[in-house]
Design a protein around this ligand. Sequence first.
Ligand SMILES: [Fe+2]
Length: 406
Amino acid sequence: MNKRLYFTVSILLASVISITAQVNAPTAYPDRVILNLTEDPSTSVAVTWRTDISMNEGFCEIQSVPSGPVKGGDSKSYKARTTSMVYEYENEPVIRANQHSHLFTGLTPGEKYIYRVGNDDYWSEWFEFQTPTNEDEKFSFIYMGDPQTDLKSQWSRVVRAAYKHEPNSGFILYCGDLINRAGRDTEWHEWFHAGSFIYSTIPQVMTPGNHEYRRMVLDPHWNAQFTLPANGPEGLEGSCYAVDYKNMKLISINSAAESELRHKEGTKMEAQKVWLDSVLSANTQEWVIVTTHLPFYSPKENRDNKHLRENFQPILEKHNVDLVLTGHDHSYGRGRATDNPAGGHQVMYVVSVSGPKMYEVGDKDWMEHSGADTQLYQVISIEGKKLTYESYSADGKLFDQFQLAK
Ligand SMILES: [Fe+2]
């Protein structure tokens, strides 16, 4: 072998070794298997996973939960939609991956299922999930403020504590800033490591934060690795949408788009206002919960998102929205408030944080309960006309609670 050829082969081998040594590199086996809520969770659920680019097709199999060994012949099999992605972040190794997704439809409400994803000899384990019933009985879900930093070392214990606390949670809701640097695959690797099988067995639902945006562009991971509803305004698929879960309507407003909706020529504020008003005008659900990243009222002394209140608060109040769940301020604040001097319906606003990044809390009138330097998860339960909200610190102690009734 001549010197030049030897040099080229050495470089190629070194780069192959370096990419396989990357903890976040995909393989032929499915990883990052995640369920997402659809607009109709009682009869459908979305699944998304990742492989390396050798797997140019993906399949999923599903059947009703058996009491014993899984028999392959009882499964229905579906071919997934496959998209090739290239994830680049500064000088970190480029990650090339195939993202596969499928929408399971025609499911029976209240039924337990098992499913697996993969191809050829490369399959995930069988995961179990349950669709909600159409009946009015009690359900619960978990709400998390920003995970954002130290996802593997410190946030992991919070998502696991929440799961242990409420293993039958219908879904887990994230209010944005799931990671710190948009586009950085190593951080998504940590986020998926932290939640692991919890994501594959309980549907997840999320609204993007400012840290999922880089130069006003949404992290390409977002719509490739999550399959969220696309029933909102055009251009905001997977970030502004509505879900009907039993007797509750859950709405995600994307307050991170267009420089936190402050872009002068931006159109996404207006589009979301028009859409929100039309969705709420047609609403027949008992409860309405809105989630968005930016707080309507901030716990932090020198922060305020007046533009959000000016634009959205009149719509929320007009349609008697019950609860607004947010993040961004890395502390806790909760209370009812309005900018309308005439009063009227006052919405309950919450700001919470689940990751270890912390800000101080100011002395603000709107807060009925506040806290700093505490990692939290919330369990929200709805039973007919009663909503019970409980916030717990990472060590499982009750931190805040309230009830709402119709
Ligand atoms: Fe944020």
